[in-house]
Ligand binder design. Sequence first.
Ligand code: SAM
Ligand code: SF4
Length: 312
Amino acid sequence: MSLIDSHGRQVRKLRLSLTDKCNLRCHYCMPVDQEFMDEGRYLTPSEIRQIMEELVGLGVEEVRLTGGEPLVRKSFDLILQELSQVGLKKISLTTNAILLDKNFDLLQRYNVSSLNISLDSLDPNNFKKITHGDHFNRVYANILKAQELGFQVKVNAVMMKGVNDHELLNFVHFAEETKIEVRFLELMRIGYACKEQKDQFISAQELIDRIKMKTSLRSVLLPKDSTSFNFMTDSNGQIGFIASESQAFCGQCSRWRLSADGILRACLLKDDGRSLKNLNKAERESIYFELLGMKPLMRPSEVSHDMNRIGG
Ligand code: SAM
Ligand code: SF4
């Protein structure tokens, strides 16, 4: 039995949020005075293991750990230990990289080889303005260190008009110089970003047009459920675009999301999900099949819940 919906979409990937807490306050993600859930509501490492064993049995192959900031979860090491035993083909991590230096050994021990790292500015002052955290140097050093240690690193940058779009070509240059893939994310209308940041949206096409004034772009072939579409520049920098707003990829989506408190959702943009907390195996399995019918085919419009709560 596997998880294939009536539109032929097979669930192969899970974004697993380990916490809604974070050591930054990116201005499009959460307010400075954000309130977080009680840690007593979190799925425990052994509950995560049980659920993952069941999902792997139904065809889920990959897990990406996210949050909030997954590296601030206190039992991060225990969770990795549990996940390493359930037969996943790949475990990867999305992080702001502040705590990476303390975790390289752990990540290597459990074969977490793919790191998506958020970096919205290459300028320390602008980084501080966007994230409300004075951590640029540590983050930048950790990105280069991760690459040196052989991790597969991608940098994610949310591009925003008047905030960091003047750095667009610097990011392209960074991709060319370091050979680290940089992916430009469209600002999504979700949670906090629906309120104050609405006017900062820039489409992927606008970014592409601007980049094309400096370099030609050759398409890169990627798997059909890739969230980004990618190009190589003349100087062999790889850049990608995650156009969740202007070119939503719902038709090819292979992902579910599990929040830190155990709510399983078929889509980041749909608030309705089903809680797996305190259920037995049979009850959880009936939810897995119910969820197959809950995956939208078209991008839902403005979404009120917060990205850090569901897991970006
Ligand atoms: N803390 C980790 C990090 O920042 O990489 C993982 C969680 S974060 C919610 C995951 C990704 O979601 C980050 O790349 C972040 O930039 C992105 N994100 C958060 N809010 C967003 C929004 N409104 N629009 C687009 N991307 C957003
Ligand atoms: Fe934290 Fe990531 Fe949200 Fe920034 S985008 S506030 S690093 S969870």
